[in-house]
Design a protein around this ligand. Structure first.
Ligand code: BES
Ligand code: MN
Ligand code: MN
Length: 454
């Protein structure tokens, strides 16, 4: 619509600068030293909602970092859209790999470089500015609620309780989330699913203190060797996971769905170049797109033990530890797989070591149908602004609250992410294209319009 175009054109520099202000607040939920920054960020989000036309906005306490709630009420006969996002970000480390400060946003080649630019401040802020655009041009056609949380990056440990206790407040006809990516600006896509997560930690102990590797090596178990073997046993030569029962509940995609997925444009050379590898590896029998979408995986996220300082130290370490996580697909259950993993590592440990295994956070996988009012509204909105019908694809990442939101509120989630996989999420030099930001702000009002009409 012309009024939106005009409004956005007149205000786009301010929109961008406001987003940069949010990026300057180091709202790292994982680190206690950022507690005040978290509260400062929640305050800034609340104020931005109010100044963008929300009639109500409030910081609401949870057992952890607070939630920012906001709303614009239009008419009880109009549908309600609940927008979910998160104002917390991942830690910025390793700092020396950033080309500029993670919390001092820099614009280079049309992209904003900063922690949280794509995940998720730059993305949820598009919804705040879309609200402003609709309110100020008198074109809003839905009721809109905002639920912007502060603990997504640490597994949303307190949000389920909050949602359960505030069902009436959050009641909506659809949930809209921009916290994922699209294939490319030329080939827009909509995520129709996200993977779940099981995350565990394994600690292997041999001797009860570090030993001289000459005097004891060869006679006493080396926990690093043992842990490495345990980890190596998890995949076979086809990169298939060997843990008994792991694939039991996996919903196999139909040949039709796989054929549709195969239509998504994919350039293997560009993909390899982007990540900087000579060759790819993954589960035999599946394409790259399938390996990161419809198949579950098991990854080692961290491993340490023994001497890692300067020079060489001949030591037979007492302990080795690994952080291990599994991405899950429908209909795997996070709880069940977590237990399976914990039991597996304990069961395969040789008697020469002791193994402690415990769980971190997890989350369930999520799927959304393409034949729904919400998906159709998103598809039409993207078509309107990108000129192409978006392809449905599965996202590889996880947003743990999704399955809980659906269960508690009884409505489906629509993922309308505008980031790119190459935005360096969770990594140094995270970035978000200004064009992506602007396109998102343009597309969102169309979603509301089509959803209201649908
Ligand atoms: N925004 C991501 C999830 C995502 C990324 C979805 C890319 C689709 C594509 C989210 O902030 C995230 O990073 N989630 C964590 C979950 C966790 C910390 C429990 C993840 O996926 O590792
Ligand atoms: Mn995110
Ligand atoms: Mn994230």
């Amino acid at each position: 619509m012309e009024v939106w175009k005009d409004y956005q054109e007149k205000n786009k520099d301010r929109f961008l600068n406001e987003m940069l202000e949010l990026l300057r607040i180091p709202s790292v939920s994982a680190k206690s030293e950022h507690k005040n920054d978290m509260l400062k960020c929640a305050e800034a989000v609340k104020n931005s909602l109010l100044s963008s036309g929300a009639q109500k906005a409030a910081i609401m306490a949870t057992d952890g970092f607070p939630v920012v709630y906001g709303e614009y009420f239009l008419d009880k006969n109009k549908p309600t859209v609940l927008v979910y996002g998160h104002y917390d970000v991942q830690p910025a480390e390793p700092l020396d790999l950033w080309h500029s400060g993670p919390f001092e946003p820099v614009i280079k080649d049309g992209k904003v470089y900063a922690r949280g630019s794509a995940d998720d401040k730059g993305q949820f802020y598009m919804h705040v500015k879309a609200l402003e655009m609709m309110v100020k041009t008198n074109t809003i056609e839905t009721n809109i609620k905002f639920l912007i949380e502060g603990e997504e990056e640490v597994g949303s440990p307190n949000l389920a309780k909050f949602v359960h206790e505030n069902k009436e407040l959050l009641k909506a006809d659809v949930i809209l989330i921009s916290d994922s990516s699209m294939l490319s600006m030329e080939n827009p896509s909509l995520d129709v699913g996200l993977r779940g997560l099981s995350y565990i930690e394994i600690e292997v102990t041999g001797a009860d203190h570090d030993l001289h590797s000459g005097t004891y090596g060869g006679a006493v178990a080396n926990p690093i060797t043992v842990l490495s073997k345990m980890i190596a046993s998890c995949h076979d030569e086809n990169n298939h996971i060997t843990i008994p029962g792991f694939y039991d509940d996996v919903l196999e995609s139909s040949p039709e769905e796989r054929a549709l997925m195969a239509k998504a444009p994919y350039d293997e050379e560009a993909y390899k170049k982007e990540v900087g590898v000579k060759n790819l590896m993954g589960e035999k029998g599946y394409t790259t797109n399938e390996r990161t979408g419809i198949r579950p995986t098991l990854e080692i996220n961290g491993i340490w033990g023994g001497y890692t300082g300067e020079g060489a130290k001949t030591v037979l370490p007492s302990k080795a530890t690994a952080k291990i996580s599994s991405r899950l697909v429908p209909n795997q259950s996070s709880q069940k797989i977590t237990k399976l993993l914990l039991d597996y590592f304990k069961s395969i440990a040789p008697s020469s070591v002791t193994v402690k295994a415990f769980e971190h956070h997890g989350g369930e996988p999520y799927l959304t149908p393409i034949h729904s009012k919400g998906y159709e509204a998103a598809s039409k909105a993207v078509q309107k602004t990108f000129g192409k019908i978006p392809v449905p694809v599965r996202g590889g990442g996880s947003i743990p609250i999704c399955s809980i939101l659906e269960k508690e509120l009884g409505v489906k989630i629509i993922f309308m992410g505008f980031g790119l996989d190459s935005d360096n999420l969770h990594s140094p030099n995270e970035k978000y294209g200004i064009e992506n930001f602007n396109k998102g702000i343009q597309t969102i009002p169309w979603f509301h319009k089509f959803f209201a009409e649908g």
